[in-house]
Design a protein around this ligand. Structure first.
Ligand code: CP
Ligand code: NVA
Length: 303
């Protein structure tokens, strides 16, 4: 594995290997066991969109691994004034050990990888959010002690989260049911990938998707960059909510996950969110551990 651009590029074995390393690094961090695998290395973090979790977990993770992280806002970089990503990639490759980028177009991340000579990590694009899904899978495995055979249900927008969750969950042997309104389905590339799996289903009715689910997942109705569509989306997504009615058809011990930030009473009720706050904030914590594993695998593969 040279980069983490999207989960479509990873094999099942590579995903499981990252989850195993994430568990080990979590254990080491909790027990004060040093793990300075990236001593002397620097990660550049380019942000063209806002972030709380991604920024802080990468920066802290890099510190815990003995390296350092540089926060590079696109507002301050020349990239924000039009310097091509191809040139930025070749310059930053001379200074840094790796780059994490959060941006709009997936092609920008792919271009960085093509022109640069250091590992590139996708910290979210409009197409996918692979780091989040690795943390999600780590959390599901912690709670359920397995992944293979579980039923995963996602309710809401067929966005970057739906795209990455579909790929990640199918690759590790889970069955996946999505409930998305017409006009808001996942990316065609994802549907093409999922077609090969008989345990994949895309339906319109949230309760049909949630029946007997082991894990329920949702995300905001309007993602970053779609703020102007928020009102239209509130209408389109009415009813695409994790609430008591949806919970009543899932397994009684179902987990509820959300990548955050959450909009209470839109995609999830405040009641369900608070009942499952333990799952959701364990999930947020695991961003740290899963990303440390990704950085070690990419930047110090010999460890
Ligand atoms: N879930 C997630 O990526 O959060 P941030 O946008 O805060 O980084
Ligand atoms: N779909 C959301 C995820 C945020 C982590 C967005 O892209 O804004």
């Amino acid at each position: 594995m040279k980069h983490l651009l999207k989960l479509l590029d990873l094999s099942t074995d590579e995903i499981i290997d990252i989850l195993n390393l994430a568990d080990q690094l979590k254990y080491e961090q909790k027990h004060g066991i040093p793990h300075h695998h990236l001593k002397g290395m620097t990660l550049g973090m380019i942000f063209q969109k806002s972030s709380t979790r991604t920024r802080v977990s990468f920066e802290t993770g890099m510190y815990q691994l003995g390296g350092q992280a540089l926060f590079l806002s696109s507002r301050d970089l020349q990239i924000g004034r039009g310097e091509p990503v191809q040139d930025t990639a070749r310059v930053l490759s001379r200074y840094l050990s790796g780059i994490m980028i959060r941006t709009f177009e997936q092609s920008e991340v792919e271009n960085l990888a093509e022109y640069g000579s250091i590992p590139i990590i996708n910290g979210l694009t409009d197409f996918c959010h692979p780091c989040q899904v690795l943390a999600d899978l780590q959390t599901i495995r912690e709670y359920k002690n397995k992944l293979d055979g579980l039923k995963f249900c996602y309710i809401g927008d067929g966005n970057n989260m739906a795209n990455s969750l579909t790929v990640g969950c199918l690759k590790v042997g889970m069955s996946v049911s999505l409930a998305c309104p017409e006009g808001y389905h996942p990316d065609p590339q994802i549907l093409e990938f999922a077609k090969a799996y008989d345990n994949f289903k895309l339906v319109a009715d949230p309760k049909e998707a949630a029946a007997d689910a082991d894990v329920l997942y949702t995300d905001v109705w309007a993602s970053m960059g779609q703020e102007g569509e928020a009102e239209k989306r509130k209408i389109a997504f009415k009813g695409y909510q994790i609430n008591d009615d949806v919970m009543s058809v899932a397994k009684s011990d179902t987990m509820v996950l959300h990548c955050l930030p959450a909009h209470r009473e839109e995609e999830i009720t405040a009641k369900v969110f608070e009942q499952h706050a333990a799952d959701i904030f364990d999930e947020a914590e695991n961003r740290l551990h899963a990303q440390k594993a990704v950085m070690v695998r990419l930047m110090a593969p010999e460890k």
